[in-house]
Design a protein around this ligand. Structure first.
Ligand code: HEC
Ligand code: HEC
Ligand code: HEC
Ligand code: HEC
Ligand code: HEC
Ligand code: HEC
Length: 455
């Protein structure tokens, strides 16, 4: 293989890498999983009946009925399609589900609907959901940034291989020239070499430049995308639970439902039984709404609202339905250690500092730093620290650990801090600061040490 063909092959390889990246970035496919979660998951499961039928195989079912075209009309507006009376499949499924109305999605495009149904047709990857009341947190999706990483590594390897091949060729030519007693080209500095190499191989250099540009861009875009997901994120849920009603109007304590928040790493999400403490009696709101949502609780708990009794088998065990799975809004990566107990019980930090005004939310969501800063004036007694970094980023944790002051005087209310105080007296440098102003920050207690937060 001569230099020319090495170059040709690498140019072709690099061009194809660029092409793959380009198509990946610019013509991003609609994300079926996300669309499903945001729009359909409240009524549909992929593989099981829920409020609506399991979506797996529905494309095939409509194709079998010879009504593939109507399927898109169905999702865009099922009532309108039923109105025309032209679709037998629509009429049949509507009757099968006791004429329950499906929400209309007029803005979903054909591609997006395809993406959702294709997602439903492939067995779902390991889920990121937490079963109610469980302590297990699933893996986070990191595959999108992973693939662009591989492309960068591939491009980089190609460049290195090409350079190596070129320099070997050069050495051989050099040795051959010396043996023949010809003029040996004089040694140049590295920059001169690079300069003349770029002049001679401008096309190749351009390709490398474009590859680097795009890999940077692709990486930047995926990062940007994942920043948006953290703040102001409110996943849809199977049951339309409402914090503003329960924690707001009815003033139920957060700890009644998130009952491990003072005892463990996780705050915990309530099991259906917690809801049933009240909803065995409450079947709808005073306004007459919520019947359908509360019926889902009854189905999961195995409760017959008409008989006001749990369904039992002949041994007297309750026959439960499918459990309610709450989708998580907050998701720290697996390599991070965060404990509610440490912050709520020891640090005495109010939920509002990290979660915002939950009493005004419907479903749980990730708040934003701006929203939380705006709460400071309205709640002067909560000691909310003003922060600038986006919630759930490392910068956010670190910034608070630098700003949050802790009273650790010998007469501190919390015996934990008296004990820390006693230990700090052994560190004159830190102790001097305490004696002067009576406060230390989390940072001074070791809150900036990598190992405190990383496994
Ligand atoms: C408010 C609840 C609700 C939501 C949200 C919802 N659906 Fe439905 N869906 C239903 C019900 C109920 C049926 C059964 C037919 C009926 O009674 O209308 C159904 C039926 C269907 C069917 C027909 C299935 C078959 O096998 O024939 C498809 C396809 C479908 N839904 C797709 C979707 C998609 C895609 C979304 C999200 C973009 C979605 N649905 C969101 C309630 C819902
Ligand atoms: C110092 C900040 C901070 C405070 C204070 C705080 N949380 Fe959290 N909370 C977090 C973080 C960070 C997560 C994400 C944890 C994860 O993904 O592992 C989280 C997650 C949660 C979750 C999801 C389930 C779980 O355990 O991961 C619930 C529910 C919750 N918090 C409720 C509360 C309640 C109720 C309070 C007040 C009693 C509270 N939090 C106080 C930072 C805080
Ligand atoms: C301490 C009692 C209590 C607990 C615990 C409780 N609820 Fe409720 N819930 C109520 C009452 C009372 C109402 C009706 C309020 C009204 O009449 O306006 C209600 C209403 C609702 C509604 C209907 C809202 C509407 O706008 O129509 C839903 C849905 C609901 N609850 C879900 C849940 C879920 C899910 C849980 C468990 C996580 C739960 N509730 C736990 C007392 C409770
Ligand atoms: C009656 C039960 C109940 C009460 C009271 C309640 N919550 Fe929740 N909370 C839930 C349920 C159920 C979910 C999961 C569904 C959702 O996201 O809304 C949840 C979700 C959350 C989440 C999002 C967790 C995640 O990452 O997925 C946070 C944060 C949260 N609650 C904080 C609070 C705070 C703070 C309070 C008190 C002001 C409170 N909750 C009171 C039932 C409750
Ligand atoms: C609003 C302020 C605040 C935020 C935000 C915050 N922390 Fe903290 N953190 C504290 C305070 C106050 C303490 C001190 C409790 C104590 O004395 O141990 C603490 C203590 C800790 C400790 C124990 C340190 C030690 O010395 O034992 C760890 C670990 C920790 N935080 C991790 C995190 C992580 C991870 C995050 C981000 C996901 C985070 N924190 C976000 C205020 C905060
Ligand atoms: C107070 C808690 C805390 C401390 C101390 C801390 N980290 Fe982190 N770190 C986090 C959190 C939370 C994340 C996850 C941020 C995210 O997902 O955006 C993180 C993410 C990271 C990442 C992954 C970056 C990425 O883009 O995902 C690296 C690498 C890292 N930390 C290194 C360190 C090193 C090195 C130190 C010590 C100098 C350190 N961390 C100290 C909380 C902490």
């Amino acid at each position: 293989m001569n230099i020319q063909s090495v170059k040709k092959v690498s140019v072709i390889c690099l061009l194809s890498v660029i092409f793959t990246m380009f198509t990946g970035v610019v013509m991003a496919q609609p994300d079926g999983k996300q669309l499903f979660k945001n729009n359909c998951a409240s009524c549909h499961k992929v593989d099981k009946k829920s409020t609506g039928p399991a979506l797996m195989g529905s494309k095939q079912r409509w194709a079998d009925a010879g009504e593939t075209e109507y399927l898109y009309e169905w999702v865009n507006n099922s009532a309108a399609l039923l109105g025309t009376g032209k679709s037998k499949r629509a009429a049949a499924i509507f009757a099968e589900y006791n004429k329950a109305a499906m929400t209309a999605f007029p803005t979903l495009t054909k591609e997006e609907i395809d993406a959702i149904l294709d997602y439903a047709d492939t067995p779902p990857p390991p889920s990121t959901d937490v079963a109610a009341g469980s302590d297990i947190i699933g893996e986070t999706d990191k595959d999108s940034s992973g693939s662009s990483m591989w492309l960068i590594i591939l491009a980089f390897t190609l460049i290195v291989v090409t350079f190596a091949a070129l320099s070997v060729r050069k050495k051989i030519a050099y040795v051959a020239a010396a043996q023949n007693g010809e003029d040996v080209p004089e040694e140049k500095t590295a920059t001169e070499k690079l300069g003349s190499w770029i002049m001679k191989n401008w096309l190749f250099a351009l390709v490398i430049f474009v590859v680097l540009l795009f890999s940077g861009l692709a990486d930047g875009l995926t990062r940007l995308a994942s920043i948006g997901v953290f703040e102001d994120y409110q996943p849809s849920q199977m049951v339309d639970y409402d914090h503003s009603l329960h924690a707001g109007t009815m003033e139920i304590d957060c700890r009644y439902c998130h009952n491990s928040v003072e005892k463990s790493k996780h705050a915990g999400l309530p099991t259906t039984n917690v809801c049933m403490n009240c909803h065995a009696q409450v079947h709808e709101s005073k306004k007459g709404t919520g019947k359908e949502e509360i019926a889902k609780l009854h189905a999961a708990a195995g409760y017959d609202a008409d008989k006001m009794a749990y369904n039992k088998d002949k041994n007297g065990n309750v026959i439960q339905g499918d459990p309610i799975i709450w989708n998580k809004a907050h998701n720290l990566p697996d390599h991070v250690f965060f404990s509610h107990k440490q912050h709520v019980n020891v640090g005495k930090i109010d939920c509002m500092q990290c979660h915002g005004d939950v009493k005004s939310y419907t479903l749980g969501r990730v708040s934003t730093t701006q929203e939380i800063n705006a709460l400071i004036d309205k709640n002067p007694d909560l000691g909310i620290v003003e922060l600038t970094k986006p919630i759930l980023t490392m910068g956010w944790c670190i910034e608070c650990h630098d700003k949050k002051e802790i009273e650790v005087g010998p007469s501190a209310a919390n015996p934990y801090y008296q004990e820390i105080h006693n230990r700090l007296t052994l560190r004159p440098d830190v102790y001097k600061k305490i004696k002067d102003d009576g406060v230390v920050t989390v940072k001074e207690l070791g809150g900036w040490e990598c190992a405190k937060c990383h496994y």
